[in-house]
Write a protein that binds this ligand. Structure first.
Ligand code: NAP
Length: 296
């Protein structure tokens, strides 16, 4: 990224606040915006950047804008404002997880104002966001990918160009199907181990370093055993992703039964008021002797 580039960041949540902090440390960030303005102001005070009072203000002052907001409607709303406020030639990098069709639609809307777009969903959790070690899957034209890489390099260790606009989101959908199955497998295995009366902290250490090891058991296994589900990644957000995966699978005539099961369980958790908990709260439904209306 050239020295004159002025980057903005929209969406300072569990992921975005860490990602934006890396851009601030690199001297690339000039302005932030968040729906709850106090969050943007607190970030701005900590990092010495401007807190914009609207997306329009941010858009007018930045030539590259990174988004990490919640869902499709948020990306659409923010991009509508950016289309009206950014100068032609600007670049929008969307790191939120949304439908492939949403990426294509906002790219077209921005293009009508002369603004470039890449979808760049991320994987690696809040830990990866904090460390700047995310895996990032990018959809867009090659030249836009090259330009976005100068920013994304600060946020991740593996930045992959997957194809045209939407290809990043499609790859992320595959990742989310995988995460749905892994969450199920880990909760089932932990409940099984507990039922056997094993020393489960040691079990997590042992199996986490063997062929069954994975990010989820290594980062969430021990807190699940303590009936704690610190964020992380909200159940409601993964449920949103699995709804996207379900629609994509239907359209492609592909079967994703494990994912559908996890999705139904997330619906149950959300109905019981646990939608804002980390997805490891799936353990509420399977841990030995526990009812979902937990006491923690
Ligand atoms: P989060 O903690 O809920 O944060 C979302 C942030 O975006 C909040 O600060 C929210 O503002 C802000 N926001 C939402 N809509 C907005 C809008 N229209 N305009 C401006 N700001 C808006 O979510 P997260 O966990 O950071 O996830 C963000 C995105 O990354 C989601 O698409 C998620 O699926 C994806 N993702 C998450 C993880 C993870 O492990 N958490 C991993 C990979 C990808 P408020 O402060 O007002 O709520």
């Amino acid at each position: 990224m050239s020295q004159t580039t002025r980057a903005g960041f929209v969406g300072l949540g569990a992921m975005g606040e860490h990602m934006a902090a890396h851009l601030a440390s690199a001297g690339q960030l000039v302005s932030v915006y968040n729906r709850t303005l106090s969050r943007a102001q607190a970030f701005a005070d900590r990092h010495g950047v401007a807190a914009a009072d609207s997306v329009d203000t941010l858009g007018r002052n930045c030539d590259v804008v990174v988004l990490c907001v919640s869902a499709d409607a948020d990306v659409e709303a923010v991009c509508e404002h950016l289309a009206n406020s950014m100068t032609a030639g600007g670049l929008v990098i969307d790191c939120s997880t949304v439908a492939r069709e949403t990426a294509v639609a906002v790219a077209q809307r921005l293009e009508s104002a002369g603004i470039r777009f890449v979808d760049a969903p991320v994987s690696g959790g809040t830990e990866g966001a904090r460390k700047g070690s995310l895996t990032i899957m990018v959809g867009g034209q090659a030249a836009d990918f090259e330009r976005a890489t100068a920013v994304l390099d600060r946020l991740g260790e593996r930045i992959h160009h997957m194809g045209p606009v939407g290809a990043g989101q499609a790859t992320k959908a595959v990742n989310q199907v995988l995460c749905a199955g892994i969450n199920r497998a880990v909760t089932e295995a932990l409940a099984f181990g507990e039922a056997l009366g094993l020393p489960m902290d040691s079990v997590v250490d042992v199996v986490g370093s063997g062929a069954g090891g994975n990010w989820f058991i290594n980062h969430r296994g021990k807190t699940m055993l303590q009936s704690r589900y610190p964020l992380g990644f909200k159940v409601a957000l993964h449920a949103k992703d699995l709804g996207i995966c379900s629609a994509m699978a239907q359209a492609a005539d592909a079967a994703i039964p494990l994912t559908e099961q996890t999705r139904a369980d997330y619906d149950r958790l959300m109905a019981d008021g646990f939608g804002d908990e980390d997805i490891s709260a799936l353990y509420r439904l399977v841990r030995p002797g526990a009812a979902p209306d937990s006491d923690v």
